[in-house]
Design a protein around this ligand. Sequence first.
Ligand code: MN
Length: 265
Amino acid sequence: MPDFLFPPMPPVRVAIHGRDECFPVHRIYCVGKNYAEHAREMGSDPEREPPCFFSKPADAVAPGSGEIPYPPGTENLHHEIELVVALGAGGRDLSPEQALARVTGYAVGVDLTRRDLQAAAKQRGLPWDTAKGFDFSAPISPITLVEDGSDLQRGRIWLEVNGEMRQQADIADMTWSVGEVLAHLSRLFELRAGDLVFTGTPAGVGPLKPGDHLRGGIDGLQPVSFLITPVTTAGAAGRVIDSGQGGPSGVGADCKHWPDSDLDV
Ligand code: MN
């Protein structure tokens, strides 16, 4: 072990449905505007634009159950329900078929977005990091391994807020398929085992406020179900070191104790 100036962060991890092992997170890539109806609601032409990518820090991951704090610095936090792809192997310059063979599982995630900061960044041609990459901005369900039988060419994707349906579509409606998304990404980055890819959200994104309860799912996968709580003053990093609970977003050190969702699927 080399000497460190201070203790390094523990690995960020995500629970795997039905397994004791954790999925160790390497990077989080995200796709923008991958459903035509959502591209239109954001003012884009879905026919003419190649996939647009951005990323979140790995430690933006949080269990998609229990509580997620409303982030500071925004007046307009939005939900985006998404299919999340978990890679078990990596590579560069992959074909869609080669890329699909690297997928080890899928999860349901919410790409939480500070829409007001994103709109300002778009207008001024500035980066999206503050809009997309904040603490707790990537709540995610336990991963369902592909070998467990999930076939995700199609399937209903949905999100309710306080029992009201806000987003509902089919993942077959994605402009760029999972294989195509990964193939594009692999020409820009060397993909690695542990990478998570948020594949874009369907139409119906909208604002959240403290006290809102989100429930969302995709056929065949574990759901997300969590409460938005008021802005915390404690700070994410402080929680980790004091509580020994793992990653900065409170991801449990022991994936067996990943909080249960209150949804039955
Ligand atoms: Mn998104």
